[in-house]
Design a protein around this ligand. Structure first.
Ligand code: SF4
Length: 156
């Protein structure tokens, strides 16, 4: 593999989550050893504070936001859709400029979720905004729950 990996910053120990904590994942950290990787947090890149009010989708998931049919709202009703769209677009373009082809993201997040995210108070199947942007631009997304075998990286 001759390209760097993009990784959700909370998965490698940065305290960037809405509750001010990290979600360091040993398997992800071990898998990154020996590779070039860059940690990013789309919610912090969107200018949101840490800690911050939790958010969830209304009307769909990340892919629907790209289609213009869903919104991302914080619990207090603040609409953060546009801020997350701008941050996700920026980080995706940066990833492409750096030659990235794979991202390892935090499952379940409204920004980073790869196979699950949240609509209202429910966990549902679907992607977060950032994961949806990356996939739309050809960057393959995995989560800590869907990690590929090391050798599989060479397929991308
Ligand atoms: S899941 Fe994504 S948006 Fe949420 S804290 Fe981790 S890196 Fe930031």
């Amino acid at each position: 593999m001759d390209f760097p990996l993009l990784v959700s910053a909370c998965l490698v120990g940065f305290r960037c989550r809405y509750d001010g904590k990290a979600k360091r994942n040993r398997q992800v950290v071990a898998m990154l050893e020996g590779h070039e990787w860059i940690p990013v947090c789309p919610e912090q890149a969107a200018g949101l504070s840490t800690p911050r009010t939790p958010m969830a989708f209304a009307g769909g998931t990340g892919v629907d936001v790209l289609r213009g049919t869903a919104r991302l709202l914080q619990e207090d009703g603040r609409d953060v859709t546009n801020a997350l769209i701008e941050a996700s677009r920026f980080l995706t373009q940066l990833g492409k400029a750096w030659g990235m082809r794979i991202a390892i993201l935090k499952e379940g997040s409204p920004s980073c979720g790869v196979t699950t995210t949240c609509v209202g108070e429910e966990k549902v199947k679907g992607k977060g905004i950032f994961a949806a942007f990356l996939e739309a631009e050809g960057i393959k997304t995995f989560s800590e729950e869907t990690l590929p075998h090391e050798g599989k990286f060479n397929d991308f």
